[in-house]
Design a protein around this ligand. Structure first.
Ligand code: SPV
Ligand code: MN
Length: 620
């Protein structure tokens, strides 16, 4: 008798049968027989069943309760602290290829390998079968997601980060329109961390709407609904007519004006995405992944496909991120990962408090000065340590966060991490120019991806890792999307990381000013200076904003340091972009037209003035 017949009985079988979906039942059987768990539990939307998962995470020691009510700590293995790009591959039919940087594998070969690793991977463990909705329930934006995992941490995280979707599956009417995620943490050590890291694999089979993930725990690799689902959604969106983006969604509330304006924003990892969504005085819809569709009435609408935050905890402190800090230091259901724990209290880098000299962290028992096998000092809390919580727990949660119609998007931010080129905020001259802004995002690398830190990387729409269609196809889809809209959002490039003489030229909270200026531009409250790189703010408007919002004097000198158009640096960037995008087949002609025009204008200015940079007033 197949194992699925032995394990799938009683309550769990009844729940599956009630879905009246032969595809679900078939897949549950298939993956039980492949992964060979000792027990299978099917979880519906029932809060008691969801509470069972939360308790199981503690009973099995995958999470440990902390002093504060509702808080737990989870550790990923020492070498499992970020997305594993080299071992994340798109399975392609023979002969097909994708854009730069996307690892791909011949499909049959990849399936054989990963199914081999999953064979028997759940022996002695409990398989959880979960149903989620990617997006608000009852919404035309949303997609159904089926998750198999033997990690209670993964299942618990998904309860914080996504909407439960058992009832949504019933609405499929027996159809096959859902994504499937199969995950096993594989063999565990005494701390419940995955041990077979060299056999860590994350394989995306978009032809079949499935992702296989094995021998890992870090959420970016293991939680099917996060970046793994984003890849499947990017594929689907680009074969339809919508956008699946690595974007925040927020409501911007200008002080003293009775209105809210919704923005989306794409920023590569660790470039200020969550902290933009959490700017005091604004409301958050989502901080990581959005689906955008046209509403047929000329508007772009967006939903957050998540309902929680998996945020970088480093540098969250009462001064820079007061709302998040408050949430992290008060009772609520919250998972910390890879921070230092001492006496049931979490400590992280940049929290504004000195850490103790010892405790427990992602390396096990930790003491100041501890080194790893290669002699490298182990920092007390990992630079990519995270927190996981529900957005609804936050006082700044937007009232439309779960609206099945989404919110009308009137502005889009594209932000990078750039120490010497882009101004802090700049408005695109057109939707096409905005697509160019997004395509040319660059970011100096951080610890959220494995590999060297501090290298300048091109990251189109901050989505490059997930663009599982040719880049040209993806950018064309963006161009088409905006052209169809009557109320096309305005697009802004932001840069919070500009440096001058080795120091950041802006304080962290300054991003609020750029966001409020952009919001004002959407409503025609400010005029702006037209330059080759886009529209720049006028000094008097920024001065007024700094004064009214922060009671701070914004000097003309600061304005010049920040907003001068760096001719040489922009020309260098254009040369880098040309080099990077030249080998891409099928790039939209608009991209090359905008790049060519920008270069020509900057070269003329350079020849005319002989200057390295020009103050914004030059263009008045
Ligand atoms: C990011 O790094 O962009 C994240 C976290 O949102 S991860 O789940 O690792 O993708
Ligand atoms: Mn992200």
């Amino acid at each position: 008798m197949p194992l699925s017949d032995v394990l799938l009985r009683g309550d769990s079988l009844r729940k599956l049968v009630n879905l009246r979906n032969p595809h679900v039942l078939k897949q549950v059987r298939e993956f039980i027989n492949l992964c060979k768990p000792s027990k299978v539990t099917v979880i519906t939307d029932d809060p008691e069943e969801i509470a069972y998962v939360r308790q199981l995470a503690i009973d099995l020691g995958e999470e440990h309760p902390l002093k504060m009510d509702g808080h737990t700590i989870h550790f990923d293995g020492y070498d499992d602290q970020a997305r594993d790009k080299p071992h994340t591959a798109v399975l392609l039919p023979a002969g097909q290829s994708l854009s730069r940087g996307i690892v791909s594998l011949e499909r049959e070969e990849g399936l054989r390998e990963v199914r081999g690793f999953l064979d028997g991977a759940m022996k002695g463990k409990e398989m959880l079968v979960r149903f989620f909705s990617l997006g608000p329930t009852g919404s035309r934006f949303s997609l159904c997601a089926l998750q198999f995992t033997d990690s209670t941490y993964v299942a618990h995280s998904e309860d914080l980060l996504y909407r439960s979707g058992y009832e949504e599956f019933k609405r499929l009417g027996g159809g096959r329109e859902f994504f499937t995620f199969i995950h096993s943490a594989g063999a565990l050590d005494e701390r419940n961390c995955s041990v077979d890291i060299e056999k860590r694999r994350i394989y995306i089979d978009f032809l079949d709407g499935k992702v296989y993930s094995v021998n890992n725990q870090y959420a970016g690799n293991s939680l099917g609904l996060k970046k793994l689902a984003l890849r499947l959604a990017v594929y689907k969106a680009n074969h339809e007519d919508w956008l699946a983006e690595h974007m925040l969604v927020m409501g911007v509330h200008p002080p003293g004006k009775d209105r809210v304006t919704y923005f989306t924003g794409a920023y590569p990892s660790a470039c200020g995405k969550t902290s933009t969504a959490m700017i005091p005085g604004q409301t958050i819809v989502g901080d990581d992944i959005a689906y955008l569709r046209s509403d047929g009435k000329g508007n772009a609408r967006a939903v957050n496909i998540e309902s929680g935050i998996f945020g970088i905890i480093k540098d969250v402190n009462p001064g820079d991120d007061p709302l998040i800090y408050q949430a992290l230091t008060s009772p609520r259901e919250l998972i910390f990962s890879n921070v230092l724990i001492e006496d049931g209290v979490p400590y992280w880098q940049g929290m504004g408090r000195d850490p103790p000299g010892n405790g427990v962290n992602y390396s096990g028992d930790w003491w100041k000065g501890k080194t790893d096998d290669s002699g490298k000092e182990i920092i007390f809390s990992h630079s990519n340590a995270r927190y996981t919580m529900r957005i609804s727990e936050l006082e700044n949660a937007d009232p439309k966060a779960h609206d099945p119609e989404g919110v009308i998007v009137q502005g889009v931010f594209y932000g990078g991490r750039d120490s010497d080129t882009n101004v802090p905020v700049c408005e695109a001259a057109s939707w096409e120019h905005g697509v160019y802004f997004g395509a040319t995002i660059e970011s100096e690398t951080t610890s959220a991806t494995l590999g060297q830190e501090g290298v300048r990387k091109s990251s189109p729409m901050a989505n490059m890792d997930f663009i599982v269609v040719p880049l040209g196809t993806y950018l064309e889809n963006h161009l088409r999307f905006g052209r169809k809209l009557r109320n096309c959002p305005k697009v802004f490039a932001t840069n919070y990381f500009l440096k001058h003489e080795g120091k950041y030229t802006n304080a962290i909270p300054d991003k609020k000013i750029w966001v409020l200026w952009a919001e004002g531009r959407v409503h025609g409250d400010y005029d702006a200076i037209k330059t080759p790189i886009g529209f720049l703010p006028k000094y008097r408007d920024l001065k007024e904003l700094f004064q009214s919002v922060f009671d701070k004097d914004y000097s003309l000198e600061d304005y010049h340091t920040q907003f001068s158009v760096r001719l040489d640096k922009y020309l260098e960037k254009i040369a880098r972009m040309e080099e990077i995008f030249k080998p891409e087949p099928g790039m939209p002609k608009e991209f090359w037209e905008i790049l060519g025009q920008l270069r020509a204008e900057l070269e003329v200015l350079k020849a005319e003035t002989g200057k390295e940079a020009l103050a914004p007033e030059y263009f008045l």
